[in-house]
Structures are given as structure tokens and as C-alpha cells.
Design a protein around this ligand. Structure first.
Ligand code: ATP
Ligand code: MG
Length: 880
């Protein structure tokens, strides 16, 4: 009998393999086929198209163990986590599926056989629910499986009828439920299957997809119905291991042990602590798997869900007395526990833990301050008899301290507080207003407005510059001068021209705008830049060189072809670079920004650690390999959903129209992109990385050059190296060794020099001592020396003082048009003379200022010619 969680997972998959199912690996937590879904939340998600008949797979029966997250969107169990013993944000769902193959009878029989015969659940504790009208299911359970009829409960649409969407495939379900006994859950006499407590534990849901639903809600039976089932692995494991809570299974205990150790709080002794420990154990798994699948903490979308989960766990750590980052350590335990099933976790282990540690540290910086403010605020409100936290306060915590609102809600819940969500939303809206206001003030508004007016009046520009087209003929339809729409522009005027069609690429998607010229009868216009401020609206910015350009004129448009080619090469270069980065660093690489112009390309992407020289070289190798293979660059236009299905890389927050363009380079690269590209990768000639750096937490930047620029770059480096080699009288390949040797010699000489200087100074100080005089019973040494730097002057002064034993020293020197002063007072005279004060008085004489300690002070001045005035002045001070 399977006993450990892993054995149970395996026994399920084996059982269904024996029943003719193909074992299919879990898909990622980011659903590939469904851009509308936040996270994969059930086993059927990866089979959606197979169910809809849109996709043919090589099998009609499948079984899987699917990674699921229910912490955002339609399915959100976040609030339940830690409170119930059966809900998680991350869990694994076992499932068997039939795509128009077997149906209800087999699905029920096999589920029952697996539970009773394979994992040996006691029949007498099992219940089943069915949809109220599903007499077939009743008959199968009652007649064939011999489940007594009082154990078969009919339920309504809400619980037992499943729909994929408003329309489409749907059908009744049947759930298998395990009664944990009176001692578990709410303990009420009337507790039954409808109760939300832990007693009646739903383990398996069988969905019988047998209808098609139309817009009016009419159900038409499907000719070939399907099966979709889902069973929580953690719940099944808890039952098999004879424990009442998922948290007592081997999926959680290693993490709980670590949390106990770190916090010093034992699990199972205090209700509040236990909730925190469970939350941490659960969230440790979720953040590990989410980051492993390429999500990074962010302020919106999936990244925000991750951030909320992570911060919530961090705060629960604080509640049980953990005052340092610790989640990166519990994630390590999760990785070790799960890597045999999900080997990619092992590959990404250091990346995952780094992302977590970084986010923990960021949050630690504000957590304490935020909690303090929150505590003060709630104490005040309580005194005033209030129980709602004002929106402004919630907003401040969100905005300044990084507290997601649900975290704040969770914190104040224990004190009986709720949040003023409306007030919070109003604050958020105000902030958005302020952001817009700041934008308005930037001076771009007037210009944008004239564009908007023109474009909304129906003026559109068709872009005809793909496929290497750089020339066209077209009609002038709008002219702007200084943000105003005008009829014409004259020689010498800066103007912006809009035409019905253009081969000029307007800056967008990081690619710079084209330059070139427009010419027509009686005019010539140089295009210095091209913009695309509005969709389908391209503006040529430049200057009228000759004549007058008028609305209605016909113009020949000529793009600077050489420059366009260089830009195209750099744009294709970014795609190649991205593919190479993915190949070397992993699939978590996502573009977070890019810039492409004629000189170089810049690519920003998500990655946590520094990129080693060796990795960078491999990236260059792969990129140049793609170039030498001279891959064809192909483009196709299709609907966004289609494009995402094919696995094309999309930048998440970039907006794509309904129809998108995919740019493909061989099998290595496939991206949604509207830019202009080379025809074959060979046109790049060479791609050379010139700079790599970090620009924000988790975001790195690579700059590179291609084509002629790349060659120039290499030539320049060679030139520099040649010059150096010439200096060292070595060949290019020997110069390093030679330089290293000479540097070593140089350091040795430097040391020797220091030693000699010391010796000389000791000798000089001996000579100088003879100049010491006695003033008012104190030995005073005042002298000009020729020492050029402050440190040496100080060292020299130290030596003199040691020799003098008791007295006052004033040294002056001239160096590079500057004067330097140093004063020292021996210890025994402290209280009588103050070096700092002496310098303060003397420094102005040489045009400077300064001060310092009672025993030592230094100053600089701009009038070295006055140095001689200083020494008599000292005498006066001494006598005073
Ligand atoms: P519940 O009512 O207990 O929240 P559900 O009806 O939402 O469950 P389904 O959507 O039918 O569950 O998912 C199928 C199975 O997945 C469930 O029977 C259960 O075993 C498991 N499951 C669902 N949600 C979770 C969760 N948040 N954590 C762990 N297991 C879950
Ligand atoms: Mg649920």
C-alpha cells in the first residue's frame, strides 16, 4: 500500500496507466493556452482545447498530477489557508481524463476501485454527492458500486454542475467525500455534507461533461461526452496517513519542523501560533513553485499575487517571533522535498531562493514601521469606539509601507477591525489623477493634443515599410508647426508631416524612428525623426530644406537605407540575444524593456544573479551561431490568442492589438513584434556584447552591437590593445603577462620607495629638531618643509612629536599653488594649547580655513606666498 505522498502520487498515475491512460506531465502554473486565467487551477486546464475538440492529441485518455494555485482570480482559497486544514494556495491535483472516450460508468468504477482496493479507504466512511437530476450516476453508485442510497446525496447546480464558461461544454459532477468523524470540524449535531468545516472532507470531484450549453442556457447532449476528474493529493495523503489535517502529512512536516526551529514555537500548542505556522508552510510551497515557473514579485497581475503571498508569510513569521528573513530557507526545504518530482526546481534553486530573500529584505525594511503605525491607529480608533480602518490609512500602508490591502485586513482582523475599501479605492484614484497631472505638466500635452485631434478626425497612416521597403509615394494630409495644425510650412521651418502611407518606421516597441527625406514638386524636407504617437498615425519630424510643403502635396518618401539596415540588424539582434539568454540562463528570462537604434541595442530582462563572464561568452557563442546559420526571418500575422498558443514570447504589460505579428527565426526564436527586421540572420555579421549590468532588483541590462558597429568595436579594442602592447614592447598575446610582471615590479618599487622616504624623514626630523626654540617656557618648532602631500606631512609631524616629548609643532609647506599647515600639541600640554584652535586662527593667513583635534589639526590654503606670515603669528598666540 502506498504510504508517503510521493508513493500515493505514483500509485494513482500507475493505476490509470494500467487502464490505458497516457501519463501527462504537469503543465506550468502560468496557463499557456488561456491568457484570461491567472493561474492553472485544475488538472483540466492544459487539456481545455482537447475537451473542446480544437486540438487532437495522440491519446483519448490521460492521467496527470497537476501543480495548481488557487490564490487569485475566480478560484481563491487564500482566506481559507491556515484556518481550514484542507485548503492551500498551492496544491497538486490528481486527475484522469477522457476525451470523448469512456464515460460515467468507467469513471465512477475506477475512482471507487482506486480508493477502496488500491489505497484501501474504509467504505463505511465514504459518501458521494450527485447532481439532483443525474439518475444515471445514482444508478451506477447504488446498483454497481453498492453504495447505500442514504450515502448518496443529491445536490443542486451550485455544487454539482460544472461549466467551462457561460456557454460550451458542461455537465453534472459527483463528489466523493470522506467523513473524518464527529471529533473533527465544528462538532455541531446538525453538521452535514453542506457544512464548511473540516469534518466532511471532499476528496475527489468527477465531472461528466455531457452537454453543450448555448447563449440561452439550453443544454444539448454531446454525441461524445468526456470525463474530467480532480482529486487533491494532499487531502488523499492525509486520509491515508491517518491524520486529520493536510499539514500533518509528509508534504508539510519538514517545513513545519524548520519553522518551529527558527521561531522556537512548537506546532500544536497555541491556536494563533498554529495558524501562522500553517500559513508559512503553505505559502513557502506556493512562492517556491510560482517563482520556479517564472513569476517575479510585482505590483500587478500574477506578480502581485506572489508578492501578497510572500509578504503575508513574512508577516506571520514576525507574529511568531522570527525577526529575520527565513522564507528563502523554508523554500529550500520545499525544493529538496519536491525536486525528484519537479527536477527544474533543483536547477532554479539558487534563483528561487535569491528572489525570495530579496523580497523578504525589501519588506523587512518597512514592516516594523508599518506595523507600529497600524497599531497606534487601531488603538486610537478603539478608544473612539470605532472598528473600521479609514481608507487613507489603508492607502498609506499600501503606498508607503508596501502592505497589500489583504495583508492589512488580515492584521487588523484579530482586533475586530474591517477596512474602508471604498475610501481606499478613492485614494488610489486620486493617486492615479496625480500621476496623470504630473504627466500633463511635462509639456508634451499640447503636442499630443494636436495629434489626437487629427487622428480622431479620421487621418490614418498606413505603414508600408516591412519587407525592406524604404521608398514610397504618398500624399501629405496634415502638417503641424509648434503643436498647431497648419496648411503649409516654409523653408527653414521645423515641422511635422503626416502622409497617408509611409515606409518610415515611427518609434515604438523600443525601436527608434527612421530618418531620411521627403521630396516633391518645389519642396524638400529632411526627416530627422519619426514618431507614432497614436496607433496608425505616423509623424515625420524635420525641417523644410527647400520651398514650401502643403497639405495635398504628393511626396516621395525616402528612408535612409543604411541606417534602417543597421536598426533592423540591431532589432533582430535583440530577438537573437533573448533566445540565447534563455538557452543559457533559463526560461525565466523575460523582456522588461528594450531600445534599438542604429548604433546599438539594449535589452533589459528579468534575472536575479550576476551573469558570469563564462555565461556571457556562451550567450555570445549561441547568438553568433544563430547568425552564422543564416536563419530565415519570417513574419506572420494572426490573432493574439493564436499567437500565445504557439508559445510566442510576449512582453506582459505591452499592449497588442487583436491581430499581432509574430517574428520567427528558425526554431530558436518566436516573438510578438511590430518592428522591422533583417531577412536572414546572417545579415548581422557579428553580435558583440559590450556591457552587462544590473538596473533594478531582479532586472539586468545587456548592451550589444551588431554588423559594422560590432566590427568597429572589435577594431577599436584591438587598436587600444595594440597601443598598450607597443608601450610594453610585447606582442598582443604576450602583453598581459608582460603588464602583470611590470605591475608587480612597480608595487615592489613603491614599497621600497615608502621605506626610503621614512628613513629620510627620520633623518630630516633629526635636523629640524635643532631649530626648536623655547617660547614662554614651551618648546616650539615652527618650520617650512617641502612635503607635497597631507598624509606624508602628518607622518612626518608624528615623528617630530615623538622626538620632542613636550612642545608645539607647526609645519607649513607649499605644494602646487596651495599651502598646507599642520599643528601638533604633545599630550602633556593638552588643556593649555589646542592644535585645532591654533590652526583655526592661522589658516586664514594663507587664504584657507581648517581646524581639528586638540592634539592634531590640518588646514589647506590658496595663498602659499603668505606662508612666511604664519610663523610669527604663532609666536603671538603662544605668548598670549
Ligand atoms: P472545496 O469545496 O473543498 O474548496 P472545490 O469544490 O473547490 O473544493 P474542485 O474545484 O472540485 O474543489 O477541485 C477538485 C479537488 O481538488 C477537490 O476535491 C480537492 O480534493 C482538491 N482541492 C480543491 N481546492 C483545493 C485547495 N485549495 N487546496 C487543496 N486541495 C484542493
Ligand atoms: Mg474550493
Amino acid at each position: 500500500m502506498p504510504k508517503t505522498g510521493s508513493e500515493i502520487r505514483e500509485s494513482f498515475l500507475k493505476y490509470f496507466e494500467a487502464k490505458g491512460h497516457t501519463r501527462v506531465a504537469s503543465s506550468a502554473l502560468i496557463p499557456k493556452d488561456d491568457p484570461t486565467l491567472l493561474f492553472t487551477n485544475a488538472g483540466m486546464v492544459q487539456f481545455k482545447n482537447a475537451f473542446l475538440g480544437l486540438e487532437k492529441r495522440g491519446y483519448a485518455r490521460a492521467a496527470s498530477c497537476q501543480k495548481c494555485v488557487r490564490a487569485g482570480g475566480k478560484h481563491n482559497d487564500l482566506e481559507n489557508v491556515g484556518v481550514t486544514s484542507r485548503h492551500h494556495t498551492f496544491f497538486e491535483m490528481l486527475g484522469n481524463f477522457s476525451f470523448s472516450d469512456y464515460f460515467k460508468e468507467e469513471a465512477i468504477a475506477w475512482a471507487w476501485e482506486y480508493l477502496i482496493d488500491i489505497v484501501k479507504l474504509p467504505k463505511e466512511k465514504l459518501w458521494v454527492t450527485i447532481y439532483k437530476d443525474d439518475d444515471d450516476a445514482f444508478a451506477i453508485w447504488n446498483k454497481k458500486m453498492k453504495v447505500p442510497k442514504d450515502r448518496i446525496v443529491r445536490m443542486g447546480e451550485k455544487n454539482n454542475f460544472w461549466m467551462m464558461g457561460e456557454t460550451g461544454p458542461c455537465g453534472p459532477c459527483s463528489e466523493i467525500i470522506y467523513d473524518q468523524g464527529k471529533g473533527t470540524g465544528c462538532g455541531r449535531a446538525e453538521c452535514d455534507l453542506n457544512c464548511g468545516c473540516d469534518r466532511y472532507l471532499e476528496i475527489w470531484n468527477l465531472v461528466f461533461t455531457q452537454f453543450d450549453r448555448d447563449e440561452k442556457g439550453k443544454l444539448t447532449p454531446l454525441a461524445k461526452p468526456s470525463i474530467d476528474t480532480g482529486m487533491g493529493l494532499e487531502r488523499l495523503t492525509a486520509i491515508i496517513q491517518g491524520v486529520k489535517s493536510n499539514y500533518d502529512t509528509d508534504f508539510f512536516t519538514p517545513v513545519i519542523r524548520l519553522v518551529e526551529k527558527t521561531s522556537g514555537k512548537p506546532y500544536g500548542k497555541n491556536t494563533d501560533n498554529d495558524v501562522s505556522i500553517r500559513v508559512i508552510a503553505d505559502h513557502s510551497r506556493a512562492v517556491t513553485f510560482l517563482i520556479g515557473d517564472g513569476i517575479l514579485p510585482a505590483n500587478d497581475g500574477r506578480g502581485y499575487v506572489l508578492r501578497r503571498i510572500l509578504r503575508r508569510a513574512a508577516r506571520h513569521g514576525k507574529l511568531i517571533g522570527i525577526n529575520k528573513p527565513f522564507l528563502h530557507e523554508s523554500a529550500r526545504v520545499v525544493i529538496d522535498m519536491m525536486k525528484h518530482v519537479y527536477p527544474d526546481l533543483a536547477d532554479k534553486a539558487s534563483y528561487i531562493t535569491k528572489v525570495i530573500l530579496n523580497e523578504e529584505q525589501r519588506f523587512m525594511e518597512t514592516l516594523d514601521a508599518g506595523l507600529r503605525i497600524l497599531q497606534e491607529e487601531t488603538a486610537e480608533l478603539k478608544k473612539a469606539g470605532k472598528s473600521v480602518l479609514p481608507g487613507a490609512q489603508v492607502f498609506k500602508l499600501y503606498d508607503t509601507f508596501g502592505f497589500p490591502t489583504d495583508l492589512t485586513a488580515d492584521i487588523v482582523k484579530r482586533d475586530g477591525f474591517t477596512l474602508d475599501n471604498e475610501g481606499f479605492e478613492a485614494e488610489m484614484e486620486q493617486q492615479r489623477e496625480r500621476a496623470r497631472g504630473a504627466w500633463k505638466g511635462s509639456g508634451e500635452e499640447a503636442v499630443a493634443e494636436c495629434y489626437l485631434k487629427a487622428s480622431s478626425s479620421g487621418i490614418v497612416t498606413e505603414f508600408c515599410g516591412y519587407e525592406g521597403v524604404t521608398k514610397a509615394e504618398s500624399k501629405v494630409v496634415a502638417i503641424f508647426v509648434k503643436g498647431q495644425s497648419v496648411q503649409s510650412a516654409d523653408k527653414g521651418q521645423n515641422a511635422e508631416i503626416v502622409l497617408t502611407m509611409t515606409p518610415f518606421y515611427g518609434e515604438s516597441g523600443g525601436q527608434t524612428g527612421d530618418t531620411g527625406y521627403l521630396e516633391g514638386t518645389g519642396f524638400n524636407f529632411t526627416v530627422l525623426d519619426t514618431k507614432r504617437p497614436v496607433e496608425n498615425f505616423i509623424v515625420h519630424k524635420g525641417i523644410v530644406q527647400k520651398g514650401k510643403i502643403k497639405i495635398g502635396d504628393t511626396a516621395h518618401l525616402i528612408v535612409d537605407e543604411e541606417r534602417r539596415k543597421a536598426i533592423a540588424a540591431n532589432h533582430s539582434g535583440t530577438h537573437i540575444l533573448q533566445a540565447a539568454l534563455k538557452a543559457v540562463l533559463g526560461d525565466h528570462i523575460k523582456q522588461s524593456g528594450s531600445l534599438v537604434n542604429a548604433e546599438r541595442l539594449r535589452f533589459d530582462f528579468t534575472h536575479f544573479s550576476k551573469i558570469s563572464d563564462e555565461e556571457l561568452q556562451r550567450v555570445e557563442d549561441i547568438a553568433n551561431d544563430m547568425i552564422r546559420r543564416n536563419l530565415p526571418v519570417q513574419t506572420e500575422v494572426c490573432a493574439l490568442e493564436e499567437a500565445l498558443k504557439t508559445g510566442a514570447t510576449a512582453v506582459f504589460d505591452e499592449k497588442y492589438g487583436a491581430a499581432v505579428r509574430i517574428v520567427k527565426m528558425g526554431e530558436m526564436s518566436k516573438e510578438l513584434c511590430g518592428g522591422t527586421h533583417v531577412h536572414r540572420t546572417g545579415e548581422l555579421g557579428l553580435l558583440k556584447v559590450i556591457h552587462e549590468s544590473a538596473i533594478a532588483a531582479g532586472v539586468r541590462r545587456i548592451e550589444a552591437v551588431t554588423g559594422r558597429e560590432a566590427l568597429t568595436h572589435v577594431q577599436k579594442m584591438e587598436e587600444g590593445l595594440k597601443g598598450t602592447a607597443g608601450l610594453f614592447k610585447a606582442s598582443l598575446f604576450e602583453v598581459y603577462d608582460r603588464a602583470e610582471k611590470i605591475l608587480k615590479q612597480y608595487r615592489e618599487l613603491e614599497k621600497e620607495n615608502e621605506a626610503l622616504k621614512g628613513k629620510l624623514a627620520a633623518k630630516d626630523s633629526g635636523d629640524l629638531m635643532s631649530q626648536a626654540r623655547e617660547i614662554g617656557g614651551v618648546k616650539v618648532l615652527a618650520a617650512e618643509v617641502s612635503i607635497a602631500d597631507a598624509r606624508t606631512l602628518r607622518d612626518f609631524g608624528d615623528k617630530l612629536r615623538d622626538k620632542m616629548e613636550s612642545g608645539v609643532i607647526l609645519l607649513g609647506s607649499k605644494a602646487n599653488d596651495k599651502a598646507m599647515l599642520l599643528c601638533m600639541v604633545t599630550k602633556d600640554l593638552a588643556g593649555k594649547y589646542h592644535a585645532g584652535n591654533i590652526i583655526k586662527e592661522l589658516a586664514p593667513l594663507v587664504g584657507g580655513s581648517g581646524g581639528g583635534r586638540p592634539d592634531m589639526a590640518q588646514a589647506g590654503g590658496t595663498q602659499p606666498e603668505n606662508l612666511s606670515k604664519v610663523f610669527p603669528a604663532l609666536e603671538k598666540i603662544m605668548i598670549k
